[in-house]
Design a protein around this ligand. Structure first.
Ligand code: NAP
Length: 252
């Protein structure tokens, strides 16, 4: 008798989720779907069937798990997508569905880094200080409005999709671009804009690390926002570890 394929839900929105999707698509043992929040206008292509949009909170996700008969869930959302992760932890616990978190390790400070580590955007704004500065602001489209509270600075803002104009601080220049970025280009960009401070989330991974290496090389301070704590139990950093979890017996 042929064994039923394990039904897997991958919560995506990251390059790790995309790599896992490609790996799952090539494995006949799984019937997997990837879920995206629908934030980016032109999401990258995925190797798995995609569903787009919020589930409707914990209740909505719980319903989805039941209706779609999901056997296992991989939370491969961005390290800063704390709400989705918390919902996944709650819905999976309620239904007894095994959950694993595939997450990149945060960046670690190395020799030459001048980091000011903070907990959130509000603390980042406070850490920038009162003296007007020229800031490379790379924290993403959401939460930009927090920096309107410090209008004395110039902000070079880089996002994937255009932010709402009302969210931008008064003195800014906007660049729309999606990583990966190279060290050479980041150095050139920061030099040209006479940047003297970088504000970044500690997102981990390779694709946006060049700005951190560039800041080190140029001896520029970085206000580094720490990722929120995850409620999730089991965290792995690699696709193969995730596959091992998925290949284990159901409900482990
Ligand atoms: P969030 O604050 O944790 O989530 C807000 C709401 O968006 C969730 O409650 C959920 O809506 C919906 N949602 C989030 N991820 C989803 C997914 N993969 N599939 C379906 N619905 C999802 O998340 P966020 O920070 O807004 O990030 C949104 C997405 O962008 C995430 O998938 C994340 O991986 C990606 N991303 C985030 C960042 C970042 O810096 N935050 C950076 C790069 C990529 P319901 O409650 O209605 O289910």
């Amino acid at each position: 008798m042929r064994q039923a394929k394990a039904r897997v839900l991958v919560l995506g929105g990251t390059s790790e989720a995309r790599s896992l999707a490609a790996r799952l698509a090539a494995d006949r043992g799984f019937d997997a779907t990837i879920s995206l929040a629908g934030r980016t206008k032109a999401p990258l292509e995925q190797s798995l069937p995609v569903r787009i949009g919020g589930f409707g909170g914990v209740d909505g996700l719980t319903r989805y798990l039941v209706e779609e008969r999901i056997d296992k869930v991989v939370d491969a959302t961005h390290p800063f997508a704390a709400r989705m992760s918390a919902h996944a932890a709650q819905a999976c616990a309620a239904q007894g569905v095994p959950l694993i978190c595939l997450s990149r390790a945060p960046w670690r400070r190395v020799d030459g880094d001048c980091w000011i580590e903070v907990e959130n955007n509000a603390a980042a704004v406070a850490a920038i200080g009162a003296r007007p500065r020229r800031i490379f602001l790379t924290t993403g489209r959401l939460g930009l409005a927090d920096f309107k509270g410090a209008p004395q600075h110039f902000y070079l803002v880089r996002t994937i999709d255009a932010p709402a104009t009302g969210d931008l601080p008064p003195c800014h220049e906007l660049i729309l671009a999606r990583g990966p970025f190279t060290l050479e280009l980041e150095i050139a960009l920061m030099r040209q804009a006479r940047i003297d401070l970088v504000v970044s989330k500690n997102s981990g991974g390779d694709s946006t690390y060049a700005k951190i290496a560039a800041a080190r090389q140029l001896k520029i301070d970085v206000v580094m926002i720490a990722p929120p704590r995850r409620e999730t139990m089991r965290i792995v950093h690699g696709v193969e570890e995730t596959m091992a979890f998925l290949a284990g017996s159901p409900r482990i």
